[in-house]
Write a protein that binds this ligand. Sequence first.
Ligand code: PEP
Ligand code: MN
Length: 341
Amino acid sequence: MKFLENHRLSGHASQVVGHTNNGMPSSNPPSSLDGFSGTNPVQSEALAMLPEAGSILCASKPYKLASRESHPEDSIIEVPARCVAEGVVRIGGKEVVMMAGPCTVENEKQLMNSAEAVRKAGAVILRGGAFKPSTSPYGFRGLGEQGLKLLAKASNVLGMAVITEVMTPTDVPLVCEYADILQIGARNMQNYMLLDEVGRTSKPVMLKRGLSATYEEWLLAAEYILLQGNRNVMLCERGIRTFEKWTRNTMDISAIPLLKKLSHLPIISDPSQGTGNRDLVTSMTLASIAAGTDGLLIEVHPNPDEALKDGAQSLTIEQFQNLMPHALAIATVIKRGFITE
Ligand code: PEP
Ligand code: MN
C-alpha cells in the first residue's frame, strides 16, 4: 500500500485517486493527496508517475500519519513555559515532563495552592479541568470559563504551561485562548467532530485513550487530528475498563512501549485515572517512567478528602513531593531525566 502526502491534484491525478482510494470509484475525489490510501500496488505505481506525486511513503497501517513508518524519528512537541530556562518544554524528547495539578479547578485558593506546590516540586505544566465530563449529570461539571481564567492566572504567576480539557467543537476557540495544551478526554476519544476541530488549530493536543479503545482505534482517532494539519499530537494512557473492581481502571503499562513502537507521537501516562487510588499512583508513575513514558499527568489536591472530583485518586501535596525524587531517580537510570527548570 502506498501513501502520498501534501500534493495538489490535477484533474488526471484526482481521477486516479478517485479510482484508487479503497479501490472504489469515487464521485467525490479529494482535492489533495494528503491522507490518501491506495490498496492496489498497480494503481499506486501509476500514481507515482504523476508529476504531483513528489514523494511516496510506504504505509501498511491504516493510521498512516501517526505510524512510525511514515515518520521514523520521534515527534517532539514544543510548549511555551516561562518557568524553564529555555522558555519552552519539549515533550517527546530526552527529558520526561511532569504535568500536575487538581483534577478540577474548584476555586482560586485550591488551584493556587496546588499549582505552587507542584511547581516547587518540579512540575512544569499545570493541569486542571474547567469543562469536566461527569458520569452523573448531578456531579460537578466544572467552572467553565471562570476556571479557564483561574488557570491562566496561575500560569501567569508561576510561568507554567496549562493543559485543560475541551469537550465540544464550539468551545475550541475559547479554550485555545487560555490553554497551551488541549486535552481530549477518554469519553471523547471518538468524537470525530471535536477531533476535526482541534485538528484545525495548531495547539498541542493530548488525546486520551477511550475507556475501552484498542491501540488501533486510538491511533486512528489521533489520525483524525493529524489529517486536519495539526501535527502536535500526543497520546495519553489513562487505564482501560476491565473486569477488575479493585481499581477504577486497569493501567495498561504495556501501551507505553508498544505505542512508541507503532507511532512517533509522544506518550503520556495518567496513573491517577489509571488506578483511581492515590496509594497506587506513585508505583504506577515509576513503572510508566521505566516503560518509557514521555510525560506524566498526575492529580494533586491540597485536601483530597474534600475534593469536588476524583479525591480518592488525588495525591496530597506531601505525597507528590515524596514522589518526585523517586521519579527523577528512575528517569536517571534509563538515561533520561526530567525537565524541571
Ligand atoms: C481527567 O483527566 O480528569 C479526566 C476526566 O480524564 P479521563 O478523560 O481520562 O477520564
Ligand atoms: Mn480526574
